[in-house]
Write a protein that binds this ligand. Structure first.
Ligand code: NDP
Length: 333
């Protein structure tokens, strides 16, 4: 059994790869550089053997025929690579174009040159969350984000990066479903739509730059960056559940043609700080503040429990395991 994982250098993709290798798959990953991610190759091949894992270079998601070679002879395909929120990029060139064109390029390659039975696309809760909605609205798989692209087009002041990222995710997922409808390929599609992803990185972090987007939120609670906390609720899911949902969705018959919102519940910075203070009393730069009793969660992750058998890891375990994996970055040596 073979599987292709795009953007294998990423936080989520590394966990998907790990779970696939544990299940006996032979994995081909794509990355922007093979040399930069040699440590990842060493990690997987030292455990599973040289024939079980390789990285092929796909420098740019938008290169013509970027995935034409990579998709060949792969039974399953996971398209994970996409730009994460970052300052200073043009909404189209930095986010929307690579996300949409990369997805279409991958699907087209799978259609023309591949033999995979299913493609799993890493979409996002950002492709569902829309505005305006009532404050007590609970999102599910029926929801689509229509407002972010509108905002990007109107170039509303101060709505640059989050809107551009959200628009890239909603437009990429829409483009994927449209492709499926129009081209009717041999393979089917499943989409995974996670909220903020916490959890320990697969490899030991050596440099701050390697702390990827969503766990930077947790890191900011221990490195002195965050000086006060609030009760603002947001939703989280653990990376190990996200990876598992991808892997199960790739073969579960009932996942074909479906999207899955992944959410384990709500967090606030006050709740995170409380967990860290309790579990890591030696960390000295954790902000203080009392957390609210109950936080409102506006994302319903129950379909993934029902169909993909995801029994979500809770906030305390997820935060504890993440901080355990990051704490050496702030402790005196
Ligand atoms: P990472 O930044 O760790 O991984 C992103 C991957 O995509 C990396 O391999 C990165 O390559 C690659 N990539 C990014 N931009 C480009 C580009 N322009 N061209 C080629 N490759 C690119 O993030 P995550 O693992 O967190 O995210 C993976 C997926 O999950 C994304 O699709 C993201 O939208 C989605 N997601 C993430 C959530 C989260 O909270 N983390 C929540 C919901 C969805 P390189 O390593 O070289 O930078």
């Amino acid at each position: 059994k073979t599987a292709l994982v795009t953007g294998v250098s990423g936080f989520i993709a590394q966990h998907i790869t790990d779970q696939l290798l544990k299940q006996g798959y032979r994995v081909r990953g794509t990355a922007r550089s093979t040399t930069k991610y040699a440590a990842l190759t060493d990690h997987f091949t030292s455990i599973y053997g040289k024939e079980r894992f390789e990285i092929v270079e796909v420098k740019d998601l938008e290169d013509h025929g970027a995935f034409d070679e990579a998709v060949k002879a792969q039974d399953l395909i996971f398209h994970v690579a996409s730009p994460l929120p970052k300052e200073g990029l043009d909404p189209y060139q930095g986010f929307i174009n690579p996300a949409v064109n990369g997805t279409l390029s991958l699907l087209n390659a799978a259609h023309l040159y591949g033999s995979a039975s299913r493609v799993v696309l890493t979409s996002s809760f950002a492709a569902m969350r829309d505005e305006p909605r009532p404050a007590d609205y609970v999102y599910s798989e029926k929801d689509w984000n229509e407002s972010s692209l509108r905002s990007v087009k109107e170039q509303q002041k101060g709505q640059g990066i989050p809107k551009a990222y959200s628009a890239s995710k909603s437009e990429a997922e829409k483009a994927a479903w449209k492709f499926m409808k129009e081209k009717q390929p041999r393979f089917d599609l499943a989409c995974i739509n996670p909220v903020f992803v916490f959890g320990p990185p697969l490899l030991r972090i050596e440099r701050e730059d390697d702390i990827r987007f969503s766990i930077r939120i947790l890191y900011s609670h221990i490195n002195g960056e965050l000086t006060s906390v609030n009760q603002q609720p947001n939703n989280f899911v653990d990376v190990r559940d996200v990876a598992r949902a991808h892997v199960v969705a790739a073969t579960e018959p009932r996942a074909a043609g479906q999207r899955f919102l992944l959410s384990a519940g709500a967090f606030s910075s006050a709740r995170i700080a409380e967990i860290i203070r309790k579990r890591f009393p030696n960390l000295t730069k954790v902000p203080t503040g009392d957390p609210a009793d109950k936080l409102f969660c506006n994302a319903d992750g129950s379909k993934a429990t029902e169909i993909l058998d995801i029994d979500y890891i809770g906030l305390e375990e997820s935060v504890t395991d993440t901080i355990d994996a990051l704490k050496h970055m702030v402790m005196d040596q």
